[in-house]
Ligand binder design. Structure first.
Ligand code: ATP
Length: 577
């Protein structure tokens, strides 16, 4: 360390006195100059000391002071990123070269040498983009330390990123946003993922390996194909998981793009159902879930304590739809939960499902209703093709399916139940040679008929009309020309029932007679109130149907189970999450 140079003449005080100064005055001036020189020398010494300490510190850290330390790390309330927030799906040419802000999940993160890391960022659905984090020579805005930190971020962490948008040299095929990439300048961790994911996204986005909530007869899941196109991760190596592993990990199950695509399809079906019916002057109403009597058959109804009484969960909105018609509405519909206490552990059943129900006045013939339901279903199927194309393609890559065949306009397939049985007897598998016109169809029969109809008529959607009397509930009207059958129908998709409906009895005496014929006491609890509604005012002829939303979604997409089409499936074995 060198001291600041001091003029020896000043230091010795041998400064010649200024003109007119007395010797005493010049002595005082010399002292003052000496003090000033000392002060400056001390100041210089301290500055030199500070410089030396900084140099020593730099040497100790290998010359690596982290100049980007404020640009990454755990987020805290003082951190604000001012750049424009964009959603990945809205990224376009106008953003190239600009700085944007993105909030996303870490779908993948890996180091590429010491100065570069690749991250894959994901937003809702399968909107993914590649991020390239590279340290600059100056060490800011991105330093080597920052690169290392980003490269080690845990999967499914939620981060806030500031980045410039650039065009990659080649499209990034592994990401849905392939024409742009992000070059992060700031990365903050909002919520870390766990050390080990209980269900990784790749596994979660594969076809379900086994349906362990169901019985062993359940069909095996379709093989996964094309999943690798969704991620830069080596998804082929990811194992698939069972349905219970999925359902026990709701966050990761739901993060899978395939599940979000199914949910989109489901919500679109609901919307299309309402849209069509409202265009046909239907009005929506809300039936209760809690009811006071198990009016539609005792065995498969849930009961629960209700103060000092017992209540039940509605097995369908049937009576309430009819009350609306009795109440002066011409056309009504409702969408809501339906509860069935059936111990059915199959891919078709749940103990709670969503019903899409409608009921309407009949003017001349109950086929007015049948055609209305056919119309709404075809509107739904065509609407899905238009509005959910991306989702359907994504789902198909994981659960392969043939296209859902629709009848050409004017060529809708409507068979009577007897015609369906005849077709099965004559052209179906051997075991159905003797099926009877008086007994309801079994599920294998329905499926075999579905395959025959597809082959013969080129459609996966058709109607069976005129079900046998024995197969329908007491409120169904008999065919006036043949009381062995009813004015009632089922609708099918890919050979599986999705709707039951028909014309209802609107005259109280007829209703009582049918109840007695079915062995039900018209004065029994719940039933009497129902019959009395038809006595209390003249009710027009009417009919309708109940569609199972979960089945429509599952069979349209050819999913292996309705449990995959439901948000939170309720089955005999599952009440959580
Ligand atoms: P299944 O014979 O297949 O058990 P169901 O004859 O009891 O059905 P309905 O009472 O007629 O069915 O109900 C109307 C529609 O509701 C069915 O066509 C189906 O789409 C749906 N549905 C009925 N039960 C269930 C269930 N347990 N889980 C899911 N959907 C169901």
């Amino acid at each position: 360390m060198s001291e600041a140079p001091v003029d020896p003449a000043q230091a010795s005080g041998a400064v010649p006195p200024a003109d007119g100064e007395s010797p005493a005055q010049s002595k005082k001036g010399a002292k003052k100059a000496e003090a000033k020189a000392k002060k400056e020398a001390e100041k210089a010494r301290k500055a030199a000391e500070r410089e030396a300490a900084a140099a020593a510190q730099k040497a100790a850290s290998g010359g690596n002071e982290d100049l980007a330390k404020d640009n990454y790390g755990d987020i805290h309330h003082t951190i604000k990123v001012a750049a424009e927030k964009v959603q990945l799906k809205h990224l376009g040419e106008e953003h190239v070269g600009k700085t944007v802000k993105v909030r996303a999940w870490i779908q993948n993160a890996r180091m590429q040498g010491a100065k570069m890391a690749f991250v894959e960022l994901r937003e809702e659905r399968n909107w993914t983009i590649q991020g390239v984090v590279s340290a600059s020579a100056e060490g800011e805005p991105v330093s080597k330390q920052m690169v290392k930190w980003v490269g080690a971020l845990r999967l499914e962490s939620f981060v806030l990123v500031e980045a410039t948008v650039q065009k990659p040299l080649e499209p990034v095929k592994s990401c849905r946003v392939s024409d742009y990439e992000l070059h992060p300048t700031k990365v903050y961790l909002i919520a870390p993922g766990p050390e080990v994911l209980p269900l990784g996204l790749n596994a979660s986005n594969r076809a379900i390996a086994s349906f362990d909530d169901e019985d062993p007869q359940a069909p095996a899941a379709a093989p996964a194909e094309g999943v690798e196109n969704l991620s830069i991760t080596d998804s082929a190596a990811a194992p698939s998981a069972s349905l219970s592993t999925h359902l026990n990990n709701p966050a990761m199950h739901k993060r899978a793009p395939v599940q979000q695509a199914i949910a989109d399809v489901r919500m679109t079906v609901r919307k299309l159902f309402s849209e069509y019916l409202e265009s046909k002057d239907f009005v929506q109403f809300e039936p209760p879930c809690l009811i006071g009597a198990a009016s539609e058959g005792g065995a498969n109804v849930f009961s629960l304590p209700y103060f000092d009484k017992q209540a039940f969960l509605a097995q369908s909105p049937q009576f309430y739809k009819q009350f609306e018609i009795a109440g002066g509405r011409k056309r009504v519909y409702c969408i809501g939960p339906v509860f069935r206490a059936e111990n059915s552990n199959t891919p078709r059943h749940m103990t709670e499902f969503t019903g899409l129900d409608l009921e309407m006045e009949i003017e001349d013939h109950y086929h007015e209703v049948l055609h209305m339901i056919e119309g709404v279903m075809l509107y739904i199927f065509r609407g899905l093709q238009e509005r959910c194309k991306d989702q359907i393609d994504l789902i198909r890559a994981i659960y392969p399916s043939d296209e859902f065949l629709l009848p050409e306009p004017g060529k809708e397939v409507r068979l009577t139940f007897a015609e369906g049985q005849k077709l099965l007897r004559e052209e179906g598998p051997e075991e159905f040679r003797n099926v009877s016109d008086d007994e309801d169809m079994s599920t294998p029969q329905e499926k075999a008929l579905g395959a025959l109809v597809r082959k013969k008529f080129g459609t996966d959607f058709y109607v069976l009309d005129k079900f046998p009397e024995s197969a329908r509930p007491f409120y169904t009207i008999e065919d006036p020309e043949n009381p062995k059958v009813t004015n009632a129908y089922d609708f099918f998709m890919r050979g599986q029932e999705i709707l039951s409906g028909g014309q209802r009895i609107h005259l109280p005496d007829l209703l009582e007679a049918r109840l007695r014929k079915k062995g039900i006491d018209p004065k029994s609890q719940g039933i009497k109130d129902y019959v009395d509604v038809f006595r209390s005012a003249g009710v027009p002829p009417h009919g309708g149907g109940g569609i199972g939303l979960d089945r429509v979604v599952a069979w349209y997409l050819n999913l292996p189970s309705v449990h995959l089409a439901s948000y939170y499936p309720r089955t005999p074995k599952r009440l959580t999450p």
